[in-house]
Design a protein around this ligand. Structure first.
Ligand code: ADP
Ligand code: ASP
Ligand code: MG
Length: 440
């Protein structure tokens, strides 16, 4: 069995949905198809929630109506027969009635998550209606019946696997299953989600849960590029990545993959393929366990980083000091991304600043604290330790003109991370692209 996930752009136009139908029906083994919401829909739902949070019902209503119009224009181009169009109309009516009812009740976070779930429910139902119209046998699976997260918002892979296998067992002989990315239930049994871009994570979790032969992530680009193609000129797709390399790139900002989407596939050794819906023949990127890597392979950047320096000439070298620092971050469930130490100070970076004030207050008991916001981590991935003396040199040479705040090297053999002010990011990435990859 395999998993095929299609992102927002891949289902965002009626003709693209038809292409998706061609790709999934060409599969020669049973397939679970995971769909995102139509491109733009989740952003629109977020903005509806924001209007409601600001108690601006008029604006929320305007936004609901604009999204509604988009769907009313979409389905007649997707479907031909009267019967299928009536079904689509009923689906759209149901979901927009739901949004309009929400306008009338008092808003809270749980309702916001219900709003966000509408996009994937709509896209999968419309796609399923297309399959019905074309008499292509398929089974519609509701992700909320098997996809769950615990009280720390971590997916419950064991439970997911058990439930999904039981559901699949009810459909022996079926070859095509359609389900939603992104959405799940939380420990309170409320509708929740796997955070923005979470459909990749759904696909990888499903692939792990059923031990799939492959997890295909179909998107709008021909695989993972060596640098962010949105801001850097002359990037190229990478043919192969190891799980560790891909996880590092995803975590440190390569938007093509949700930051946590590699570990489930890696844990169950399911290869992941990044493929282009607009160019299905392109090789894309294959992510698997053993990959021979020489030198620098790719670069990613993560914005919104805060650096915290704790300075204490008395205490740093005393054992137990770092433990006390880390305990404070642990207490506030705030992960640390980078760490550098010197004899008198330790610097760490975080991206979740929701408890920053409280963290600083406690750190001040250990020494003087300095905070720098609007920082960017640039993560350089490849084989940086063996056989690659020149690699670090070319990284540093490319960045001689940039003020680098932190450098982390040697934590793993496939990563060097640098921290600099976000204002230098674009130029730094471009310099690295030219200096490290040495292409004409
Ligand atoms: P989808 O809607 O299919 O999930 P996304 O927009 O989430 O697609 O991810 C694909 C986009 O990621 C690409 O269009 C590209 O602009 C962006 N991207 C950022 N960094 C990279 C990278 N290193 N390689 C490829 N794409 C990247
Ligand atoms: N629709 C969700 C989002 O836009 C999930 C996804 O596309 O992966 O974030
Ligand atoms: Mg995405």
């Amino acid at each position: 069995m395999k998993v095929m996930k299609f992102g927002g752009t891949s289902v965002g136009k009626p003709e693209r949905m038809h292409q998706v139908k061609d790709l999934v029906t060409a599969s020669d083994e049973p397939t679970i198809v995971v769909l995102s919401a139509l491109s733009g829909t989740t952003n629109a739902l977020v903005s509806i929630g924001e209007a409601l949070a600001a108690a601006d019902r008029i604006l929320a209503k305007e936004r609901i109506d604009a999204l509604h119009t988009h769907y009313l224009n979409f389905y007649p181009q997707l479907l031909k027969t009267e019967k299928a169009r009536i079904n689509a109309e009923a689906i759209i009516k149901e979901h927009f009635e739901f949004l309009n009812i929400i306008l009338k009740i008092s808003f809270n976070e749980a309702i916001n998550r219900d709003i966000l779930a509408q996009g994937e429910l709509l896209s999968t139902k419309l796609f399923y209606t297309l399959l019905e119209e074309l008499e292509i046998p398929a089974v519609f699976l509701v992700a909320l019946d098997f996809m769950s997260i615990d009280e720390n918002s971590e997916p419950e892979l064991g439970k997911i696997s058990e439930k999904l296998k039981a559901i699949l067992a009810q459909h022996p002989g079926e070859k095509l299953f359609i389900t939603q990315g992104y959405i799940c239930k939380n420990h309170r049994n409320e509708v929740d989600n796997l955070k923005r871009g979470g459909s990749d994570y759904t696909a990888s979790l499903i692939a792990a849960a059923i031990n799939a032969s492959v997890c295909e992530i179909w998107t709008d680009i021909d695989g993972m590029h060596n640098n962010d193609p949105r801001i850097v000129d002359k990037t190229r797709p990478i043919a192969e990545l190891s799980f560790d390399e891909a996880a590092e790139l995803a975590y440190f900002g390569a938007k093509i993959l949700h930051p946590a989407s590699i570990w489930p596939a890696q844990q169950y050794n399911v290869p992941v393929r990044l493929l282009n819906t607009m160019d299905p023949q392109a090789h894309g990127t294959l992510i698997k366990a053993d990959v021979e890597t020489k030198g620098v392979k790719a670069i990613a950047a993560k914005d919104g980083i805060t650096a915290i320096k704790i300075k204490s000439s008395r205490m740093l070298l005393a054992y137990g000091f770092l433990r006390r620092v880390f305990e404070i971050f642990e207490k506030y469930k705030t992960p640390i991304d980078m760490i550098t130490t010197s004899e008198v100070a330790v610097s760490v970076t975080i991206d979740d600043t929701s408890h920053l004030k409280a963290i600083i207050a406690e750190l001040e008991a250990l020494g003087s604290v300095e905070v720098d916001q609007n920082q960017t981590i640039i993560c350089i991935v490849g084989n940086m330790v063996s056989e690659t003396r020149g690699a670090i040199k070319s990284v540093m040479d490319s960045l001689v003109d940039f003020p680098i705040r932190m450098v982390s090297y040697g934590g793993s053999r496939h990563n060097v991370s640098l921290l600099l002010d976000t204002q230098y990011k674009k130029d730094a990435l471009q310099h690295l692209n030219e200096g490290v990859f040495n292409w004409d």
